[in-house]
Design a protein around this ligand. Structure first.
Ligand code: HEM
Length: 482
């Protein structure tokens, strides 16, 4: 078990405390694994290049727990087969930046937001709206629809949980319970990744065997369900006439990638571009689901809190939004509108700087190398504390203060010190779509509503659970002209 028993509750906050004591580079054992923690941007610069010369493409050393979860030969995050990883990464990257996909995302997002507004209306103007929880369900609905073509009706379920009056109906003709269960597997999956990564095999197969068995059961169930969905969609595509355009969702793009029906063209050089098998699609589909929902949804919780604490920034944001929509609170938001929301983007950046929702990542070196002035042998495990970097006093003036203006001048931001999405070869493929989602949500919310924190003087609370999850974000939402 190594030193696992010594860990205090919140891993993210703990490493930030260690940074205050031990500086920008320190050594820490996690279980039996030695990790070199890096907490300043310039130290990690050579890991962030987008080049075949990058010797830091892998995140982890061989790990029997990840093998047991079947993650080291599949998907993106922990795959050790770099040739396959490159193919999957190119399919995902191309899918997420396809204009058809971005439009489809905006369309689904706005539909889901409308549904949520209907529920808020029923709750009434004095209801406390828990923004992170509503947004987890909203983005959950959108991402699951984009990745499976089905809806888990999470917003409906959440409304029915919080509303004491007449319950909202579910569609009779569409089975949704299994889709909802797939989304629920995400929580178990996050627990499973940490458990299998750090818990030694001997304990996983003795003392904790019931837990091991139950986690694997949930993972296997969701794998089989996703494979059924992929198979069904393959059949639908096969019987759709070639002259008919296909739905631009992630599932369809993955299935048709590198085939004659591809929506995204060839993803890599001819000899490497090949269609993906159902098993391969299942793995990257699941990572797209797991990598997108929580990390994006919680950001809005922080934004509503920061806006309630910084009236000047809030006024500037509303002026910008009003200048784009001219008081029209209903018209559809387009990708062109989003390009005009520069101050909103600065707010998102400053929020992600102060509380990055993806605060940590890992890398190993494929050969001996020098990092932070020390020589490290091949296979050294490095832990990247992005949160430590985005708040490091040596790179940020008034590092703890909320000042979106710093992002309006490129001179005020040292690029390598701002890595909430990582950078280079292993950067987050969802960065563009994450900004699109968040800007759209800010516009939908603030062009129509007055949004006020229930306690704008309290400390903004969060806890680490792979993402920095927002425990604040409870607000009153009232129509601006109401
Ligand atoms: C505000 C929202 C988001 C934040 C802060 C964020 C942050 C991150 C970070 C820090 C990483 C690890 C980078 C590294 O190791 O250096 C990552 C990886 C990843 N992200 Fe995001 N992300 C966000 C949204 C999304 C979205 C919307 C998607 C998909 C639609 C997505 C999909 C992924 C995937 C698949 C990976 C793994 C890539 C790989 O292993 O090569 N993320 N993200």
């Amino acid at each position: 078990m190594g030193n696992l028993y010594q860990f205090p509750g919140d891993f993210g906050k703990w490493v930030n405390k260690l940074q205050e004591t031990y500086g920008d580079m320190f050594e820490l054992y996690i279980g039996r694994e030695r990790n070199i923690w890096l907490n300043r941007g310039d130290i990690v610069e050579k890991m962030m290049i987008n080049s075949p010369r990058n010797i830091y493409l892998l995140r982890m050393n061989p790990n029997d727990g990840l093998d047991e979860m079947d993650l080291t030969t599949k998907g993106l995050a922990f795959n050790r087969n770099l040739k396959n990883w490159k193919l999957y990464q190119s399919v995902l990257n191309k899918s997420l930046v396809a204009p058809e996909f971005q439009k489809e995302t905006l369309n689904l997002l706005q539909k889901a937001f409308k549904e949520m507004e209907g529920y808020w209306e029923k709750l009434g103007p004095n209801a406390i709206i828990d923004v992170p929880q509503w947004n987890l369900n909203l983005i959950g609905d959108v991402i699951i629809k984009l990745t499976t073509g089905r809806s888990p009706y999470s917003l409906t379920t959440y409304f029915n949980e919080v509303y004491k009056g007449e319950k909202a109906p579910y569609p009779k003709s569409t089975p949704w319970e299994e889709t909802a269960k797939i989304l629920k597997c995400l929580e178990t999956y996050f627990t499973a990744v940490q458990y299998f990564l750090f818990m030694p095999s001997i304990f996983r197969h003795s003392l904790f065997y019931p837990m091991t068995k139950s986690l694997l059961k949930s993972i296997n169930w969701k794998q089989e369900k996703l494979k059924e969905i992929i198979k069904d969609r393959r059949q639908e595509i096969a019987i759709t006439d070639v002259s008919e355009p296909l739905r631009a969702d992630i599932l369809t793009m993955f299935i048709t990638a590198n085939t004659s029906r591809s929506i995204i063209g060839k993803t890599t050089k001819d000899d490497e571009a090949r269609p993906l098998t159902d098993g391969e699609i299942e793995a990257i589909l699941w990572e797209t689901i797991g990598g997108s929902i929580d990390v994006t949804a919680h950001v809005l919780g922080y934004i509503v809190e920061y806006m309630s604490r910084h009236p000047e920034a809030k006024a500037k944001m509303i002026t910008e939004i009003d200048s784009v929509f001219n008081g029209n609170t209903e018209r559809a938001i387009t990708l062109e509108d989003l390009e005009k929301l520069n101050y909103c983007e600065a707010i998102i950046n400053e929020t992600l700087r102060l509380i990055p929702t993806g605060p940590l990542s890992f890398r190993i070196n494929a050969e001996e190398d020098v990092i932070g002035g020390h020589i490290w042998k091949e296979g050294t495990q490095f832990a990247l504390n992005y949160h430590g970097m985005t708040t490091n006093k040596s790179d940020w003036t008034d590092a703890k203060k909320f000042q979106p203006e710093r992002f309006l001048s490129s001179a005020a931001v040292k690029k390598i010190a701002f890595l909430p999405f990582g950078a280079g070869a292993r950067a987050c493929p969802g960065k563009k779509i994450a900004y699109d989602i968040l800007k759209t949500e800010m516009a939908l919310l603030y062009r129509k509503y007055e949004v006020d924190s229930i306690d704008p003087t309290a400390e903004i609370k969060y806890h680490y659970n792979v993402v920095n999850a927002c425990d604040s974000g409870k607000v009153y939402v009232r129509e601006r002209n109401g």
